[in-house]
Design a protein around this ligand. Structure first.
Ligand code: PEP
Ligand code: MG
Length: 436
């Protein structure tokens, strides 16, 4: 088993394609788990980790998350990117993660006392009494700020100069929606629907989709929920859809490009979402729009499906701006869209030519670089009176929020856990246009 897996891992690593090479870790993870199971070992090494420890590792696999959740006080990894699965999961549940520290496993002995500041990205080994006291003070301050923000989580976020900003949630599951409702979300700004399609052997039916979508969105009652059409291609595929291999999948057929090439896949979602829009406030978001025709064609398909279903009121259509071309074509895109939402995770990777999962390009993956910020301002200006929101990770960076509001962003969609703090940050900011 080990020999076969080694061959596979090597095959992935040397594939010459960064995305496929990134999956080598997943295959190695699978090998480790299978070998452990074959040896009759039922306990995962992380299960022995004492509660509230700092987990120091070379790298972590997505499956490790099950074991560190609720146990680790913080995570320090030698290799890893902020966009890696493990980092996203840890962030989602509020565990600080600091990554990309060379030789960190060798440099921190087991049992050492460590202070990890996830906001500053610092790790202090064997801190003296003064550093510990400073850190405790900081922790207390964060906790007090968190509690104060939570107390006002269900109130609207209005800037000091009186502009209302929607603070919505990025969700992918019912658990996320529950937390979003608890934390005072003004709605859903991005429902990633990939899980409804990826972990099954056949395309879900229209009825199944209506049922699953309405179950997930139930906790948000009548609040507006922006539901994204399936965003696959790139590094994601479907087991029941034989996609042709591509040399540069992130520059290939992904998002709406792929959906337009597979009408059956698009239609089932469009019909399900139109039916759902008769029951609740749902909006349809189109991923990876690049040229205005992407949006025009999608609107035509939605209108024709609505006619078939006898639905006269088309829900608002949201164009996701994730490519530089789309950012510079917002006026034309808005002929077929009602709302704009900037996806800064992909926009950054395409503007900076730096893969979001590629640790070697980390230095270039700067979500708040002047180039990205300038594009954001152009999008807001060109959108005129139309609502411009943001649903990438940048929307949750507290220190950047004043600049985003100044640029004209009026909806921030963030991880549910961040909602109270983001609302509080908005309340302390001005929305007056100012140069960014
Ligand atoms: C984005 O690209 O910013 C985004 C929100 O979408 P995803 O992270 O799902 O690609
Ligand atoms: Mg994206």
């Amino acid at each position: 088993v080990r020999r076969v897996f080694c061959r596979w891992v090597e095959g992935f690593r040397t594939s010459g394609n960064a995305t496929t090479a990134g999956r080598a870790e997943d295959v190695a993870d699978l090998a480790r788990r299978l070998l452990r199971a074959l040896r009759g070992i039922k306990v995962h090494p992380l299960e022995k980790m004492p509660d509230s420890s700092v987990l120091v590792a070379q790298r972590l696999a997505p499956s490790d998350a099950v074991h560190f959740c609720g146990r680790a006080a913080a995570i320090v990894v030698e290799f890893g990117t902020p966009g890696a699965h493990c980092a996203l999961m840890a962030r989602q549940i509020g565990i600080p993660v600091v990554g990309n520290i060379p030789d960190v496993v060798a440099r921190i002995p087991p049992g050492a006392s460590v202070l990890v500041d996830g906001l500053e990205g610092t790790v202090l080994v064997d801190p003296d009494g003064e550093a510990q006291a400073r850190f405790q003070e900081l922790k207390k301050r964060y906790a007090a700020e968190g509690a104060a923000a939570m107390a006002k989580a269900h109130e609207p976020a209005i800037t000091t100069d009186g502009v209302a900003v929607q603070v919505a949630a990025n969700i992918a599951s019912r658990a996320d929606a529950d937390l979003a409702a608890e934390n005072g979300a003004d709605g859903v700004g991005l429902y990633r629907t990939e899980a409804l399609f990826m972990y099954r052997n056949a395309l879900p039916t229209e009825n199944e989709l209506v049922e699953e979508l309405s179950h997930t969105l139930e906790p948000l009652a009548e609040k507006p929920c922006i539901t994204r059409l399936l965003d696959i291609g790139g590094d994601k595929s479907l087991p029941y859809l034989k996609l042709p291999p591509e040399d540069s999948p992130f520059l290939g057929r992904r998002g709406i490009r792929l959906l337009l090439a597979y009408p059956e896949l698009l239609n089932v979602q469009v019909r399900a979402l139109l039916r759902l829009s008769e029951q609740r406030a749902v909006q349809l978001m189109v991923p990876m729009v690049t040229i205005p025709e992407d949006m025009n064609r999608t609107r035509d398909i939605i209108e024709s499906a609505a006619r078939d279903l006898g639905i006269t009121r088309i829900p608002p259509l949201v164009a996701m701006i994730e490519t530089p071309a789309a950012a510079l074509s917002v006026r034309d895109i808005l002929r077929s869209a009602d709302v704009i939402s900037i996806g800064t995770n992909d926009l950054t990777q395409y503007v900076m030519a730096a893969g979001r999962d590629n640790p070697l390009a980390n230095e270039y993956f700067r979500e708040d670089s002047p180039a990205v910020m300038r594009l954001i301002r152009i999008v807001c200006q060109d959108a005129g009176p139309s609502l411009v929101g943001m649903c990438g990770e940048l929307a949750g960076r507290l220190q950047t929020i004043p600049a985003l509001l100044g640029a004209g962003i009026r909806m921030l969609s963030v991880a549910p856990r961040l909602i109270p703090l983001v609302k509080e940050t908005v309340r302390q900011a001005e929305a007056m246009p100012k140069p960014i």
